[in-house]
Design a protein around this ligand. Structure first.
Ligand code: UGA
Ligand code: MN
Length: 300
């Protein structure tokens, strides 16, 4: 009998080890399976992305959406700068399996607006800022959505469609209490534009482009607690401010330099890059001496 008991003990220990090994081994698969799903314990990240029709749009949105597929509790608010929603964006969103809201509003260009090529010159950046109407529409949607939501915990991140985002930046922004900040790579003529931190507080900024901005930070370098948008229904972007001041325009409603929460290892790590997709140059089929097969029916 004692012999049988010992065997049972061995069996029990063996099974325990097996179960532990099984759990340990399957953990990555487990995480993977639940990646894009919703957890009640994580604040929702509302990524707000204006976008407009251009040749590289699908390429840019594909790259971005495939990054976002790896982010838990993410809600993508995509606002097209157009009178109508396009099929290209609608299909891309549908096929992404992401949680999303698709909106559209056309930028109101006055007679005196700067033409597109000029406004995209770096440094002159945005004599007519992009994304103002689109982001404001998204904020209206957000307020309505949060009003109805039981769980209002969330964080708002304004994301250009052509930037490059490390998954780490999303982990950082979930720590935000009011407004969190971090460095942005390759922007404003610098390798990295970043808040300077001493004793855990933002003491200044390392920015070359318009350093007199109240918050010399790029749009990709901060996130805001979503509930603050309910506390400040007046907070929005404005067409009335000079170029490069949109970030300061929205931040001024919520925070001061002293209150900013430095993230990404006290603002020493770069987890987002202000990359810009080069405008592709395409041959004009009408001007070609040798005919080419028409490709208008193919979505690029
Ligand atoms: C910089 C900032 O990173 C942007 O957040 C800011 O909106 C912009 O300057 C500005 O103030 O104009 P930059 O690379 O110069 O970014 O701008 P884009 O990436 O061309 O545009 C920013 C966002 O607006 C993009 O998601 C883009 O798709 C969208 N956009 C651009 C429009 O919706 N309509 C346009 O006519 C142009
Ligand atoms: Mn950009």
């Amino acid at each position: 009998m004692p012999f049988v008991n010992i065997k049972k003990q061995y069996l029990a220990i063996g099974m325990l080890v097996f179960v532990l090994l099984f759990l340990f081994n399957t953990r990555p698969a487990f995480q993977c399976q639940f990646n894009a799903e919703v957890s009640p314990y994580l604040p929702v990240i509302y990524g707000i992305t204006p976008t407009y029709v251009r040749l590289a749009q699908k390429a840019d949105l594909t790259r971005l959406s495939q990054t976002l597929m790896h982010v838990k509790n993410f809600h993508w608010v995509v606002i097209e700068d157009s009178l109508e929603k396009t099929k290209l964006v609608a299909n891309l969103l549908k096929e992404s399996n992401l949680k999303y809201t698709h909106l559209n509003i056309k930028t109101h260009k006055t007679k005196h607006s700067t033409p597109v090529p000029l406004m995209r010159i770096k440094g002159a950046r945005g004599l007519l800022a992009s994304g103002v109407e689109q982001r404001n529409l998204a904020l209206d949607w957000l307020r309505g959505h949060l009003d109805k939501s039981e769980n209002k915990a969330g964080v708002v991140y304004f994301m250009d469609d052509d930037n490059t985002y490390s998954l780490k930046v999303f982990d950082e922004m979930r720590k935000v209490k009011r407004v969190g900040v971090w460095p942005v790579g390759i922007v404003g003529g610098m390798r990295v534009e970043m808040p300077l931190v001493s004793d855990g507080k933002v003491s200044g900024y390392n920015a070359w482009w318009k350093p007199f901005r109240p918050f010399p930070i790029d749009m990709a370098g901060f996130a805001i607690n979503a509930t603050l948008f309910l506390e400040h229904p007046e907070a929005k972007f404005s067409r009335k401010v000079q170029s490069g001041f949109q970030e300061s325009e929205i931040l001024k409603y919520f925070t001061t330099k002293e209150e900013l929460e430095p993230l990404a290892d006290n603002c020493t790590k770069v987890y987002v890059w202000h990359t810009r997709t080069q405008k592709p140059s395409i041959l004009n089929p009408k001007k070609l001496k040798r005919p080419i097969v028409p490709d208008d029916h193919i979505e690029v």
